[in-house]
Design a protein around this ligand. Structure first.
Ligand SMILES: Cc1ncc(C[n+]2csc(CCOP(=O)(O)OP(=O)(O)O)c2C)c(N)n1
Ligand SMILES: [Mg+2]
Length: 630
C-alpha cells in the first residue's frame, strides 16, 4: 500500500518513474530495464494498469469510492505523468455510456472504474448499451474483501460470496481478482471478450478492496496483448454450393444488413450490386449503403419504412448479413412472410442458425462475401431480378415522397405549447441535415426521437450516426458526447434526445464542460414520453402516465452551468436553423431546446410498417410466427 505521509514514499517515486517512461512508449520498451531483471514486483492495482496498457487501454472513466482508492492512487500518479487520461464523471450510467461511445466511435478500448456496490451496479446497468451493440469496454468495480472479515459496507447483504461477480458474469464475462497472481489469466479472458472480432462486449473485472494494494509479481513478457484473429471464411468450394443455388434460383431476394455490416459496408455494396438485390437496413446500420443508392430500401422492421418493409414482406428469399435478428429489426420473427429460404452470413454460430431453412456461411463478412462472389462468377442470378428491383424502386420513391411530406410538415397547434410548433420529424430532419452539412456525428438513444431518427437520417456512410438501438437506453445520446473527451481531432457530436431521455442523464452539462467536450444537445421537448404514449394508444386506445405537467426551461437550466451555451430552438425551421448555427459556433458544449408537437395528428409522425410481439399484439404475432417458413 502507498503510505501517504508528507513526501512521496519510495514506492510512489518508483511508480512515478515507471509511469513517466510508460507515458511515451509501449509497455515492453518503457519497462525494458525491469523486464530484463525478471518479473516486476508491484501492487495489483499498478499491475492491472500496466496490463491494460499492454492492450492499448490508457483512457479511464471513473467515479472513485472507498472500494477503489488504491487503484485511484495509481491512476493519479499515472495520469500526472501523462501515461493515462482519467475522465471523472458524475453518474455511473452516464460514464458507462461515455465509455461505450468512446470505444464505438473512436475504435479504442477504455476502462470504467467504480467503487463497490451502488457504483458498480449503476455502471453494470449502463453496460447493457455496450453488450447490446457489441462494443468492447473494460469495467473495473471495487469488490468485497477476499479475507472475509464480515460484511463490507455496500456489498449485497446476504451470506454469499462474490454476488457482484456473479451478476457481472450473467451480464457478460467477469473475473474476480481474488488472487493478484491471476492477473494474466484475467487479462487474457478480458481481451478475448472486449476485442472479440464480431461479438465484443463489456468485460467486468471485480477488484477486491484488499487485493488492490497487495504486492504481486508480473512477467511483462507474458502479459496478454490485444487479441487479434485473422479473418476466416469457409475454405472449400463445396461449402458455397448451396448458397450459389439459392442465389441463382430466387427472383425476389432481399438482403437484410444488420449492425455487423457497418464494418463491412464496402463488401456489402459490392455484393448487393453483383447479385442485384435490394438492401434493407436495420435501425443500427444506416449508412452501410448511400441513402440515395437505388438498392437502399432504408430501414425495415417493427417501425421500418414503406420500402424497407415492402422488400422484406415480398422477398422469396433473404440474405441476412451481420444481424442478430432483434425483434425491432425483423418484426419479431414475422418480417419475411413470403420467404422460403435464408442465406445467413455471420461470424456468430448462434445467430447463423437463427432462421429455419438456412444456408449458413460462418465467418468474417468481407472474407465470406469475397469468396462467395469468386465462387459465383458471372452467374450471380441478377438477371432474373430486374422486375423485383423495379418494384422495390417504386416502393423507395413512395417512401421518399412520403418522407418529404412529413419532414416538411408545417408547424402544428399544440396543447402544451399553446402555439404552433414544429413536428418532431421536421425538427429532427433539420438537425440531422445540419449535422451532415458540418460533418458532425449524430447520437440517438430512445423514444420517438430515435425511431423517427432512423427513419429520417440520410447517411452516405457508416459512422455518421450512432443510434443505440441494441438497448435503446434513455440517456445514452447526451452521455455519448463525453466519449470524445480528450480525444484529439474528435468529430463534433450532436446528441438527439427527448425530454424524457435527457433527464435520465443530464450530467453531461457539467462533465462536458469540465472535460472540454465540443458538441451539442438537441433536445426535442414534447413534454412527454411520446413513444410510449403512442404504443398505449395503438394498443389499448388510452394513454396512461406518460406525460407530466411541469414546464422546464432547459435553456435556463443549461445556462446555469458555466460554460454551456444554450439556445431556444424556436417554432419554425428558420429559427431552428439560426439556433443550430449559433450553438455550433460555440467552442464547447451547447444545448438547443426545441419544443415539438406532442399531439395525435399522424402527420406529425413517420408511421410504423411492421409488427411487434408486444402488448395486445402478441396473439396475432405469435400465430403468424407459426406460419413462417423461415
Ligand atoms: C432507461 C430506459 N427506461 C425506460 C425505457 C422505455 N422507454 C422507451 S422510449 C421511452 C420514452 C422516451 O421519451 P423521450 O425521450 O421524451 O422521447 P419521445 O418518445 O417523447 O420522443 C421510454 C420510457 C428505456 N428505453 N430506457
Ligand atoms: Mg418526449
Amino acid at each position: 500500500m502507498l503510505e501517504k505521509t508528507t513526501g512521496p514514499s519510495q514506492a510512489e517515486t518508483q511508480m512515478a518513474d515507471r509511469a513517466r517512461r510508460l507515458a511515451g512508449q509501449p509497455v515492453l520498451q518503457a519497462l525494458a530495464k525491469e523486464a530484463e531483471r525478471g518479473p516486476l514486483s508491484t501492487t495489483l492495482s499498478e499491475a492491472l494498469v500496466i496490463g491494460l496498457m499492454q492492450q492499448g487501454v490508457r483512457h479511464y472513466f471513473a467515479i472513485f469510492g472507498h472500494g477503489s482508492t488504491d487503484l485511484g492512487e495509481v491512476l493519479r500518479i499515472y495520469s500526472e505523468e501523462g501515461a493515462v487520461t482519467v475522465v471523472n464523471c458524475r453518474n455511473e450510467v452516464e460514464m458507462a455510456h461515455a465509455a461505450t461511445a468512446y470505444a464505438w466511435v473512436h475504435g479504442k478500448t477504455p476502462a470504467v472504474v467504480t467503487s463497490i456496490g451502488p457504483g458498480g451496479l449503476q455502471a453494470m446497468a449502463g453496460s447493457l448499451a455496450a453488450s447490446s451493440n457489441g462494443v468492447g469496454v473494460y469495467h473495473i468495480y471495487g469488490d468485497e474483501t477476499t479475507r472475509g472479515e464480515g460484511y463490507n459496507m455496500q456489498q449485497v447483504p446476504k451470506p454469499e460470496q462474490g454476488v457482484f461477480g456473479k451478476m457481472a458474469a450473467a451480464m457478460g464475462q467477469a473475473y474476480t481478482l481474488h488472487t493478484p497472481g491471476a492477473l494474466r489469466e484475467c487479462l487474457r479472458r478480458g481481451t478475448a471478450c472486449v476485442h472479440h472480432p464480431f461479438r465484443a462486449g463489456p468485460f467486468y473485472i471485480l477488484l477486491p478492496i484488499n487485493t488492490q494494494p497487495q504486492e504481486t509479481e508480473i512477467n511483462l513478457q507474458t502479459l496478454p496483448t490485444r487479441a487479434q484473429v485473422p479473418a476466416t471464411a469457409p475454405s472449400r468450394s463445396s461449402d458455397y454450393a448451396a448458397a450459389l443455388t439459392l442465389l441463382r434460383s430466387h427472383k425476389r431476394i432481399t438482403i437484410k444488413a444488420g449492425g455487423g455490416t457497418r464494418a463491412h459496408h464496402t463488401a456489402l455494396r459490392k455484393f448487393a450490386a453483383a447479385v442485384g438485390a435490394p438492401v434493407v437496413l436495420s435501425p443500427g446500420s444506416t449508412g452501410v449503403l448511400d441513402d440515395s443508392d437505388p438498392l437502399n430500401m432504408h430501414v425495415g422492421g417493427s417501425k421500418g419504412s414503406i420500402s424497407g418493409n415492402y422488400a422484406m414482406q415480398n422477398a422469396d428469399a433473404v440474405i441476412v448479413i451481420g444481424s442478430r435478428a432483434v425483434c425491432q429489426a425483423d418484426c419479431s420473427g414475422i418480417g419475411y412472410p413470403n420467404a422460403g429460404a435464408v442465406l445467413n452470413i455471420n461470424g456468430d454460430l448462434d445467430d447463423l442458425g437463427h432462421y429455419a431453412n438456412t444456408v449458413g456461411l460462418p465467418g468474417d463478412i468481407t472474407a465470406v462475401i469475397d469468396r462467395l462472389l469468386a465462387e459465383l462468377g458471372d452467374d450471380t442470378g441478377a438477371g432474373q431480378r430486374a422486375d423485383w428491383l423495379k418494384a422495390c424502386l417504386a416502393a423507395k420513391s413512395e417512401w421518399t415522397n412520403f418522407k418529404a411530406q412529413r419532414i416538411n410538415a408545417a408547424p402544428m397547434d399544440d396543447d402544451v405549447w399553446q402555439t404552433p410548433v414544429l413536428t418532431q420529424p421536421a425538427a429532427i430532419h433539420a438537425v440531422a441535415s445540419f449535422a451532415n452539412r458540418v460533418g458532425a456525428v449524430k447520437f440517438f438513444d430512445a423514444g420517438d426521437v430515435q425511431a423517427n431518427g432512423f427513419q429520417i437520417v440520410e447517411d452516405s456512410k457508416p459512422g455518421q450516426t450512432f443510434t443505440e438501438t441494441g438497448a435503446s437506453y434513455m440517456g445514452f445520446s447526451a452521455s455519448a458526447l463525453l466519449g470524445s473527451a480528450f480525444v484529439r481531432d474528435a468529430p463534433y457530436g450532436i446528441a438527439f434526445t427527448g425530454d424524457g431521455s435527457f433527464m435520465m442523464n443530464p450530467q453531461i452539462l457539467i462533465d462536458g464542460v469540465e472535460h472540454g467536450v465540443r458538441g451539442m444537445i438537441a433536445l426535442f421537448d414534447n413534454r412527454r414520453m411520446a413513444a410510449i404514449t403512442g404504443l398505449q394508444y395503438a394498443q389499448y386506445g388510452r394513454e396512461f402516465k406518460t406525460n407530466d405537467s411541469v414546464a422546464v426551461d432547459y435553456v435556463m437550466m443549461a445556462r446555469s452551468v458555466s460554460g454551456v451555451a444554450a439556445f431556444h430552438g424556436g417554432t419554425s425551421k428558420a429559427e431552428l436553423e439560426a439556433a443550430l448555427t449559433a450553438a455550433h459556433a460555440h467552442d464547447g458544449l451547447s444545448l438547443i431546446h426545441i419544443p415539438v408537437y406532442g399531439g395525435r395528428d399522424e402527420t406529425a409522425g413517420m408511421g410504423a410498417y411492421g409488427s411487434w410481439n408486444v402488448g395486445n399484439w402478441v396473439d396475432d404475432v405469435q400465430s403468424a410466427y407459426l406460419e413462417m417458413k423461415v
